[in-house]
Design a protein around this ligand. Structure first.
Ligand code: ZN
Length: 156
């Protein structure tokens, strides 16, 4: 039997923001990957979202929980269109298979989120654009942070 999974800790303010891919977002969103859990298929990240930024259309294959720590986030079209408008400090739960056509930030915002399962980014007709689970998130993060490590800016 494999051993117990390891504990983990991240000093969030010492981790540099990385750009979140423009194929999956607009307006300069940045992220920090804090944890991945292969056992759970879960991944946890923070996102820094400038005024007017948004995430591309996606479906949450598994549920997700978020804590909006700063700003305002319009989910599923926002409150006026039957969705949710989160105001910091705000907590939200997005159910399995929640479809988010445009998650929009009308003011500078920041949130923490744990995804239980991948995000399925789709085109308007439902065709797959990208699937981002813990493995893809970790691969992206390692690519983005490898450059910083090479320059000798190791943090321990
Ligand atoms: Zn979403």
């Amino acid at each position: 039997m494999k051993p117990r999974a390891a504990d983990d800790y991240a000093q969030v303010d010492e981790i540099a923001w990385q750009p979140f891919p423009e194929a999956l977002s607009a307006g300069g969103i940045r992220w920090k990957l804090l944890h991945v859990s292969p056992e759970m298929g879960a991944w946890t990240a923070m996102f820094d979202c400038p005024r007017g930024s948004s995430f591309a259309r996606h479906i949450h294959i598994g549920p997700g929980e978020y804590l909006l720590t700063k700003g305002k986030m319009e989910v599923r079209g926002g409150k006026d269109k039957g969705g949710a408008t989160a105001l910091a400090p705000g907590y939200g739960y997005e159910a399995c298979n929640a479809r988010h056509d445009k998650t929009y930030f009308p003011i500078a915002s920041e949130f923490y989120m744990t995804f239980l399962g991948p995000l399925h980014f789709i085109e308007e007709d439902g065709a797959t654009r990208a699937v981002v689970g813990w493995d893809q998130a970790r691969a992206l993060w390692e690519t983005q942070t490898a450059a910083a490590k090479k320059t000798g800016k190791k943090k321990k």
